[in-house]
Write a protein that binds this ligand. Structure first.
Ligand code: PHE
Length: 538
């Protein structure tokens, strides 16, 4: 999956997104109007059919003969838990088999005392202090995501996750930057010069074929504000860049940050490449996180499903359709056991199902093998002091870099407190693979050496303890998300989007929101609906 921009956007949606980037919301709504898409109409058109949870009463409806069936759910991640939870509402007898020692799948929060052993047998135990945690997997929820509906329904308290912050930094070493620049400064310079250029082109008549005299006037007035241009439409920098001395009492007006770089240097630094991120449909503020850690979601699901229905440490060793249902074998504590059920919902990673004995057929096997695992990793760095708040005035948000650590996340919780936990790298693809090849101590050393370039020596000296997590190396998961050529609706994946005998497949990979819990939930809801309709009609 594309890292910064999700690859799944329709062309219409990306067109609207592009307009939104250059013209702001007003221009976007005007364009939508011109396309015959009043905002409400566009919203309705893009909305999926609302999910209707199965209910006990469904079975007593006239003409229905079915009864709640027994369902074995493979995988206690978000797709599996959603499936068991929703089916449970109608009285289905579900059992969830989870290979790892806790539910949640990639929704994983690491706290002090937690241990994880990777596929090479390397064990790390987190030494974070009380109250400090790291979300090793999902960390942010957009306002429109169905994940928040479950937080409401299950009583999971949420707080704002700061996904963009004008005070956070950008550091492009390979573009020749020798020190980081604040987002607000980078934006002021890029938007300032771009506005100046566009104003110049407008003034010179280069856009006369596109603009009426009134259009020009309105555009110029927009550019003057957007780029903070002077009376002559020149960009010379303003307080949008930040202040080198903050304003204070009478007599202390403060000082605007000076040293405005030349246009050519601004372009060469390529800081502008990060700005579109915050316009993305899945990444735009406000965003949210559960209070105390993302795993509040699977914990709440597990409570609602019933712990007695969930078997952890149960690694599936066989999935077979039988004439009357399904048989799923698994090992648990060294013993092989079998669950017989009417239906199965398989939510385990496709590359793991592909090497599990099954009788789902060769088209399913080919489709499973066509799904490739993507890499991502994070390191949690606990610090004795919140120097990023005290010294840098950064409260949450993300610093972007072209170093192999990629992103640094500052915590969106515990502001003004004593200690704090920074995500010292969140990287993907080959950068994540490079860290996976290192020992935990080497990962720490590499991440800290790079962080020092951005934040100075406190990045090393204030460090208390760390924990790194590489999704490709996690047993029973072995990937962060998926790369699927053509997306989930490509013909290659068709066998996974339909029931095979009595086996359904669900997971974020079978959604248009791979790498998001929303995708896992959407996919689970789809198979829950299909299974329930089939049972009702049976
Ligand atoms: N959902 C993940 C995240 O927000 C992965 C992702 C990144 C997905 C960027 C889309 C865009 O970090």
């Amino acid at each position: 999956m594309a890292h910064v921009q999700p690859a799944s956007g329709t062309s219409r949606r990306s067109f609207l997104r592009a307009v939104g980037v250059t013209g702001g919301a007003g221009a976007m709504f005007a364009t939508m109007g011109a396309l015959g898409l009043a905002p409400t109409a566009a919203y309705a058109a893009e909305k999926e059919a609302p999910f209707r949870a199965p209910r006990r009463g469904d079975f007593t409806l006239q003409g229905r003969t079915g009864r709640p069936a027994r369902v074995v759910v493979i995988g206690g991640g978000i797709a599996g838990l959603t499936s068991a939870y929703e089916l449970g509402k109608a009285g289905y007898d579900c059992v969830v088999l989870e290979a790892r020692d806790r539910v949640g799948g990639r929704n994983l929060t690491i706290r002090g005392g937690d241990s994880v052993t990777d596929v090479h047998g390397v064990t790390q135990t987190a030494r974070f202090s009380k109250g400090q945690y790291m979300n090793a997997g999902p960390g942010r929820l957009a306002q429109w995501m169905n994940t928040l509906d479950y937080c409401r329904e299950l009583g999971v308290e949420v707080e704002v996750f700061t996904n963009s912050n004008a005070s956070a930094l950008i550091y492009n070493e390979r573009n020749g930057m020798t020190s980081p620049v604040r987002y607000r400064t980078a934006k002021a310079d890029v938007y300032g010069y771009v506005s100046e250029l566009l104003a110049k082109a407008t003034g010179a008549g280069a856009l006369d074929a596109d603009l009426t005299a009134d259009d020009k006037e309105r555009l110029l007035s927009f550019l003057r504000g957007h780029g903070a241009l002077g009376g002559d439409y020149k960009y010379t920098g303003t307080e949008h860049r930040g202040m080198s001395v903050d304003p204070g009492a009478a007599g202390q007006p403060g000082e605007v940050l000076g040293d405005v770089p030349a246009l050519t240097d601004v372009l060469a630094s390529n800081v502008g490449r990060y700005f579109s991120f915050e316009f993305a449909y899945d990444q735009a503020m406000l965003m949210f996180q559960p209070v105390g850690g993302m795993d509040a979601i699977p914990r709440a699901f597990a409570r609602a499903v019933g712990h007695e229905r969930i078997r952890t440490g149960a690694a599936v060793t066989g999935v077979h359709n039988t004439p009357s249902g399904v048989e799923v074998t698994y090992t648990r504590g060294g013993r092989t056991e079998v669950v017989k059920a009417d239906y199965c919902i398989a939510t385990l990673a496709p590359w793991i199902l592909a090497r599990t004995p099954h009788n789902l057929g060769s088209t399913v096997q080919t489709a499973l093998q066509a799904v490739r695992a993507s890499s991502a990793g994070k390191i949690g760095l606990e610090y004795r002091s919140r120097w990023w708040e005290k010294d840098f005035k950064i409260f949450g948000g993300i610093t972007e870099t072209d170093l192999d650590l990629s992103h640094i996340w500052y915590p969106s919780y515990g502001h003004l407190g004593e200690r704090g936990l920074v995500i010292g790298y969140y990287n993907t693809g080959s950068n994540a693979d490079a860290y996976s090849a290192l020992t935990p101590a080497q990962r720490l050393e590499r991440a800290v050496a790079q962080g020092v370039k951005i934040h100075g020596e406190k990045y090393r000296t204030e460090l208390a303890t760390s924990f790194s997590h590489q999704w490709k190396l996690i047993p029973h998961i072995e990937g962060a998300w998926h790369s699927m050529s053509g997306g989930p609706d490509a013909p290659a994946f068709a066998p996974l989007n339909q029931v095979q005998g009595n086996v359904y497949f669900a997971g974020d990979h079978l959604s248009h929101l791979d790498a998001w819990q929303h995708g896992a939930i959407s996919s689970a809801r789809k198979v829950v609906t299909e299974l329930h309709q089939r049972v009702l009609a049976s």
